[in-house]
Design a binder for this molecule. Structure first.
Ligand SMILES: [Fe+2]
Length: 465
């Protein structure tokens, strides 16, 4: 949002200095924007490479590069920039054609009228603001949808492999701790989250009977289990946003010394993400119960990692991971426990339904009847669940205000199921996590609240929002 709050920049391009000066003088009267000028298309592109430009207005008839040629390049490199062209009547055909093909937002004819120029520029900048806000909303929603899909898939895998309940989440958290300590980029962390949650997704294609065998496996059974790396890779490689993660999934059983599977690659040939997930996955497998053995204690699991540094694992990752285990878990314990939820404007029975749906040790729910009371409690809560009609105002306005002022508070609206369609626009407006519908179903409600906190934690770690 920072960019939007700055004054937007307008770039004027014309090979005739007099025209350029005249335009600049007219537009400089207004304090809402910055104005830059360029004498040619090439100069304009140089400026745009250095700084963001909201709107370009170019003359059409210029030597070397025409206005439309310039705008075509801008459309490719900076699709958000609003493109406008100044033209004489002689070139009208070309320009109209360009507008029809979406190359140009508007055109102005020479000689221009001041009022028309100003209105066109203002409309262009308004268009820029709307599409930038819309784009960031869409990308946020897309990332959230992607992560939710991945989490749902991870849960489906755990259903199949009963004994690994919670395994994917723990592998993700261990992996993220390593990535954060290594100060790896947000993109890397995002791929790592997807990969660690889905590292065993290929098990969907492995026989359930083999997966749940107690005791040692035969050679053939072992080969069957090993197939999950490649199956997982093939499943995820076709999905655009999982392509980088798919490499980690393929390689998570490779070993530093080259004796792993499926490709037998070694050391740096194995992607960093896969070297991280290998340590996290093995450590969690050792410290949680499996069908064929009980969990080991942390100390002996740590020793096992240390014994295998440089053979099975990347020694540097093991050392880092072991050093992190001594520190408080910055991911899972960063949130207050119990978490506090505020229910605004609900009936007494809805309050008790909500309280009964959530384990009291983890969630503290309190209800207030009015927005005025709710405002007094905002500093103390992590989630607000609000109805629409309150004695002192509108719930949607209240949640919208929280979205602007305290976006870290999770916002949920409590509605009747049949109201869902009419209130759909509220999701964007108030940045809602979800609707909660009454009468509340305990299992559904608990899942919704747990997922919302899980989502918020990920969004915070990955800086999605
Ligand atoms: Fe695996």
């Amino acid at each position: 949002m920072d960019e939007l709050e700055l004054r937007p920049t307008i770039l004027l391009v014309d090979d005739e200095a007099m025209v350029l000066n005249a335009l600049q003088r007219l537009l400089l009267h207004n304090q809402e924007w910055e104005v830059l000028v360029a004498g040619s298309g090439a100069e304009a592109l140089e400026i745009m490479a250095r700084q963001p430009v909201a709107l370009v207005m170019t003359d059409q008839r210029m030597p070397e590069m025409t206005g439309l040629e310039l705008l075509r390049k801008i459309k490719e490199a900076y699709p958000d920039t609003v493109r406008m062209v100044l033209t004489g009547y002689a070139e009208m055909d070309v320009v109209v054609n360009a507008i029809n093909q979406g190359e140009v937002y508007r055109f102005l004819t020479k000689p221009w009228k001041y009022k028309e120029l100003l209105e066109t520029v203002q409309a262009g900048l308004q268009h820029y603001r709307e599409q930038t806000v819309r784009y960031s909303e869409i990308s946020k929603q897309l990332v959230r949808a992607n992560l939710e899909t991945v989490m749902a898939l991870a849960e489906a895998i755990e259903l199949k492999d009963h004994y690994t309940k919670g395994h994917c989440i723990r592998v993700r958290d261990y992996s993220l701790r390593i990535a954060l300590a290594l100060k790896l980029s947000e993109d890397f962390r995002r791929d790592l989250v997807y990969a660690s949650l889905l590292h065993d997704c290929g098990k969907i294609g492995v026989s359930e009977a083999v997966l749940n065998i107690k005791g040692p496996l035969t050679e053939a059974q072992y080969r069957e289990v090993q197939r999950h790396s490649i199956l997982g890779f093939e499943m995820t490689n076709k999905i655009d946003y999982l392509r980088s993660a798919s490499v980690i999934i393929r390689q998570h059983h490779e070993r530093w010394d080259g004796t792993g599977y499926p490709d037998g690659i070694k050391a740096d040939e194995i992607s960093l993400g896969a070297r991280i997930v290998a340590v996290a996955d093995t450590f969690d497998a050792m410290t949680s119960s499996r069908p064929y053995r009980r969990a080991r204690d942390f100390k002996s699991a740590v020793q096992e990692l240390l014994d295998n540094r440089g053979t099975q694992f990347d020694a540097e990752i093991v050392d880092l991971f072991v050093s992190l285990l001594d520190l408080p878990a910055d991911l899972s314990e960063a949130v207050a426990n119990p978490r506090r939820l505020l229910l605004v404007g609900a009936q007494a029975e809805q309050l008790s339904e909500l309280q009964n749906s959530l384990p009291a040790a983890s969630y503290e729910v309190f209800g207030v009847a009015t927005l005025a009371e709710a405002r007094r409690h905002l500093a103390e809560v992590e989630m607000v669940i609000c109805t629409q009609h309150l004695p002192d105002g509108d719930g949607i306005d209240f949640l919208t205000a929280i979205n602007h002022l305290q976006p870290q508070i999770i916002r949920i609206m409590l509605i009747a199921r049949q109201e869902m369609a009419t209130l759909a626009a509220t999701v964007d407006q108030a940045g809602l996590y979800a609707f909660m519908t009454y009468p509340l179903q305990p299992a559904e409600t608990l899942a919704l609240v747990e997922n919302a906190f899980e989502w918020q934690r990920m969004a915070c770690v990955l800086k999605f929002v």
